[in-house]
Design a protein around this ligand. Structure first.
Ligand SMILES: NC(=O)c1ccc[n+]([C@@H]2O[C@H](COP(=O)([O-])OP(=O)(O)OC[C@H]3O[C@@H](n4cnc5c(N)ncnc54)[C@H](O)[C@@H]3O)[C@@H](O)[C@H]2O)c1
Length: 471
């Protein structure tokens, strides 16, 4: 078995490599990581946890997957993956007996990784899944275990929230058990593998940093240590805030470009030729997913609690991005107006509903918001998305758009199914609306067969055709 070259692939800050020797409770763990005889448990088997479990198993560790949702556990036991980047074959190599809803098995693991969700509820971070996971761990915590939080959260969570819950077990952090934070940088649908994506790691003390680095070095080529979990927690939020703010910048520019006679796509393509000091971002119907749409607000909320004001960049970026579905809907109405059709009653084919191309994730998807707005405006909508066979739309968001009072008997949810694209469908469509540019779709053929195309993501920008209107 090949053993990763720790510590050569670990960038250790000088001040973290010093410090007292590891407490006796951890004496054996480093050796057991090297020999792959350490047991690894992952709590929360979603987009982050399931790939991590699969990679740990592939690397030779005995793995345990604990997932609160029994349907998901049963799917995994049946050898079926529900995560786009994880195949059924990947799932089949996991031992069925080690996939469970029962957190009591966690006592058998040496390393326990928390990968539960961190949602926003009405603008406020909801850390109850982390709290619940920590209480589950605390109830079976034993000496010598290393607990690692991977969920995205604001600085201070590992030391101020996770640590006290675990210590309520009676065991002492950094003496009896270890605690570290390591943010996840998974790129769903992208080409960056877990192994090639550098991983940030920080323990509560240098010896926990060393242990956590030692473990991640077996899975990942480059491990980067920070001097405390706070910097690691902040680094993840900086990355996602950087992306949110830059997407908002190009979205805002896209909304003003027509008024000054500029083709924003051509201008952004031209700017992207600068080989230094510039990184391209592209406009679209908004931002979605569990990261970019949510994480920056975690940071802003935390700052607001401490300072009495949020982060201006984040708040402005959020409102620009959140306005985009309404802007795109209005622009589709204008495009239809250009060919003499009202939006109400127009026959639309919406292409792509997920928040990002090449994934099946609908969470916070702005494309879904656009679809609901179009339906609320009375358009006759069908959709095609190879990653989303069916979708439920409507409910309270549609009611808000239609100004239907909450709880009214008019509240409706609609189940829609993805329709196959063919010439018949295109001939009966007034406008094709491209909201997510999934791979494998013949956009050229679509442009040739469709009457009008509205392109919100620039996938047609190489083609100068009269029937295409771009954002
Ligand atoms: N999805 C991404 O691309 C991504 C990327 C980087 C970081 N993150 C962060 O990673 C964390 C997890 O995100 P995700 O996308 O994997 O979420 P997810 O919703 O896909 O998966 C989380 C899983 O945890 C389970 N769960 C909740 N509480 C549990 C408990 N107490 N015990 C066991 N299982 C429990 C849920 O049932 C769910 O299946 C979040 O903090 C997120 O912000 C996500």
């Amino acid at each position: 078995m090949q053993i990763a070259n720790h510590p050569r692939n670990t960038e250790t800050r000088p001040e973290t490599s010093a410090g007292p020797p590891a407490p006796p409770a951890f004496n054996d763990l480093e050796r057991r990581i090297f020999t792959r005889s350490a047991g690894v448990a992952v709590l929360g088997l979603g987009y982050v946890g399931l790939p991590l479990l699969v990679e740990s198993s592939r690397e030779g560790f005995d793995v345990i997957g604990v997932e609160a949702d029994p349907t998901r556990v049963q799917q995994l036991i049946d050898g079926k993956s529900y995560i786009g980047d994880v195949t059924d074959e990947d799932v089949a190599q996991l031992a069925a007996g080690m996939l469970t809803t029962d957190h009591n098995v966690l006592s058998r693991a040496d390393i326990v990784i928390i990968a539960v969700p961190t949602p926003l509820r009405d603008g406020t971070p909801d850390l109850t899944p982390i709290q619940g996971a920590c209480e589950d761990i605390a109830s079976v915590l034993r000496r010598g275990q290393l607990i690692i939080l991977e969920s995205t959260t604001f600085p201070g969570t590992t030391e101020d929230l996770v640590r006290p819950i675990l210590e309520a077990s009676g065991l002492v952090c950094s003496e009896d058990f270890g605690l570290a934070y390591s943010p996840e940088r998974i790129d769903p649908g992208g080409t960056w593998t877990m192994r090639r994506t550098p991983k940030i790691v920080a323990g509560v003390t240098p010896s926990e940093t060393k242990l956590a680095s030692c473990f991640y070095s077996t899975l990942i080529d480059r491990v980067v240590e920070t001097s405390s979990p706070r910097e690691a927690e902040m680094a993840k939020l900086i990355e996602n805030t950087f992306r949110q703010v830059n997407v908002a910048l190009v979205n805002e520019l896209a909304t003003i470009a027509p008024s000054i006679g500029v083709d924003i796509w051509e201008a952004l393509d031209a700017a992207a030729t600068k080989p230094f000091g510039y990184m391209p971002f592209w406009p679209g119907p908004g931002v979605g997913g569990h990261c970019i749409a949510i994480d920056p607000s975690f940071l802003s909320w935390k700052v607001e609690q401490r300072m009495g004001f949020g982060i201006g960049f984040v708040e402005h970026a959020r409102s620009v991005n959140n306005r985009m579905p309404a802007y795109v809907t209005g622009s589709i109405g204008e495009a239809l107006n250009g060919i003499g059709l009202p939006l109400r009653g127009a026959r639309l084919l919406v292409l792509g509903l997920t928040y990002k191309a090449g994934v099946n994730d609908l969470r916070e998807s702005p494309s879904l918001h656009v679809l609901e707005r179009l339906m609320a405006a009375g358009a006759d909508c069908k959709y095609h998305d190879p990653y989303v066979p069916t979708v439920e739309v409507g409910g309270s968001r549609r009611d808000d758009l239609l100004k239907i009072p909450r709880g009214s008997p008019n509240t409706k949810r609609f189940q829609l199914s993805s329709v196959p694209i063919d010439d018949d469908l295109l001939s009966q469509t007034d406008c094709v609306v491209i909201l997510t540019s999934h791979p494998g779709i013949d956009y050229q053929a679509m442009i040739e067969s469709a009457g009008l195309v509205f392109d919100a993501v620039g996938v047609t920008r190489e083609r100068q055709v009269g029937n295409v209107v771009r954002l």
